[in-house]
Design a protein around this ligand. Structure first.
Ligand code: TRP
Length: 332
């Protein structure tokens, strides 16, 4: 009973490479917390990942490891629907239908398409261009009230809304038009080496980012080497990007306010502060890494999660697909 009254949330994450402390504090920690308040559906968006070339065995390992990590973080497959996108055929099916209600012009304006096609100039494929229609299908299939997305995905959520509105205008009320979800707390974690840039796993400098699964000694080394400034004062300040970033991370992990942190490190140097941030992050991530190691070794458990998740998702997804296709006139 209780569940039917909760608002619904949907989000997906691509299984492309190591997830970072930025992914964790900026998004995934919220995914876990949202489970208490909302009825959540989360997917590993593997179909999106092949818009850039993937090496098959690495790709397979990445899908498994992303799922195991979501479970290790605390996504509870009993509470939430957790599944792998490619295991629910309605995603590709509805994506095709929606692609016929999406204009070439609007897809051409997507900044991610422009960026990615510049970056992978030798592989500007149709999937990369049509990516937002697949994402629209991911979303609209589950009729979520809210979709938590970062700034880089806002334009894609906007187009999903436009497609839903356009379709509904022709056929009546088929899709729910979802709202973006801006979390109450959420840190924007910057590079530890160039704190004006977002922390990214594609950074060539390995010291610039921390992976959720990094070993404690690596985490500590990266924080010890983090770029700061010459003011030697632990407090938030304009233009002090390095120290502001470390304070943001420390605050997100410990729950302490920026003022409390400034008081705690009054009269102490950056060395002490960096060590404290490193230790706090290590302790936050340690149980996650330990749970991850158990889950990734338990193939039978993962298989079970996939199977149940896909079944649960497919029921909802197929019912929406069927409704939409009937409206168009398909015999389904
Ligand atoms: N495109 C998103 C990203 O790269 C992942 C994604 C796929 C997604 N489908 C989605 C996010 C649906 C939210 C809702 O981050």
């Amino acid at each position: 009973m209780e569940n039917t009254q909760k608002k619904t949330v949907l989000s997906c994450i691509q299984p492309s490479g190591a997830l970072t402390l930025g992914n964790y504090l900026g998004a995934l920690k919220n995914w876990v917390q949202m489970q208490d308040e909302f009825d959540c559906t989360y997917a590993v968006a593997d179909l999106h990942a092949i818009t850039v070339r993937q090496e098959p065995s690495k790709f397979r390992a990445q899908i498994n490891s992303t799922c195991a990590l979501l479970l290790a973080l605390g996504i509870d497959p009993e509470k939430s629907t957790l599944f792998v996108q490619s295991q629910v055929p309605s995603h590709t099916q509805l994506a095709w239908v929606l692609s016929c209600y999406t204009q070439f012009g609007e897809l051409s304006r997507m900044t991610q398409f422009k960026d990615k096609s510049a970056k992978h100039a030798d592989n500007v494929n149709l999937g990369l261009f049509a990516y937002p229609t697949l994402m629209a299908a991911d979303i609209l299939l589950y009729k979520p009230d809210f979709v938590p997305v970062g700034a880089d995905q806002k334009q894609h959520l906007e187009i999903a809304r436009d497609i839903a509105i356009r379709f509904n205008n022709i056929y009546g009320d088929v899709f729910k038009v979802p709202e973006p979800y801006i979390p109450k707390v959420g840190a924007r974690v910057m590079s530890l080496q160039d704190p004006q840039k977002k922390m990214s796993k594609s950074d060539e400098n390995a010291n610039a980012w921390v992976a959720i699964l990094d070993k404690p000694e690596d985490i500590m080394r990266k924080f010890r080497r983090a770029v700061t400034d010459s003011e030697a004062k632990v407090c938030v300040g304009e233009g002090r990007d390095g120290i502001n970033n470390l304070i943001g991370i420390y605050s997100a992990v410990t729950g302490k306010s920026a003022d409390a942190i400034a008081a705690e490190f009054e009269g102490k140097g950056y060395g002490d502060f960096k060590t404290a941030v490193g230790e706090a992050v290590i302790e936050e991530l340690r149980p996650i890494r330990e749970r991850y190691e158990q889950i990734i070794a338990d193939k039978a458990y993962l298989e079970e999660v996939y199977k149940k998740g896909a079944e649960r998702a497919a029921r909802v997804a197929f019912s929406t697909t069927r409704k939409a296709m009937k409206k168009v006139g398909f015999v389904i």
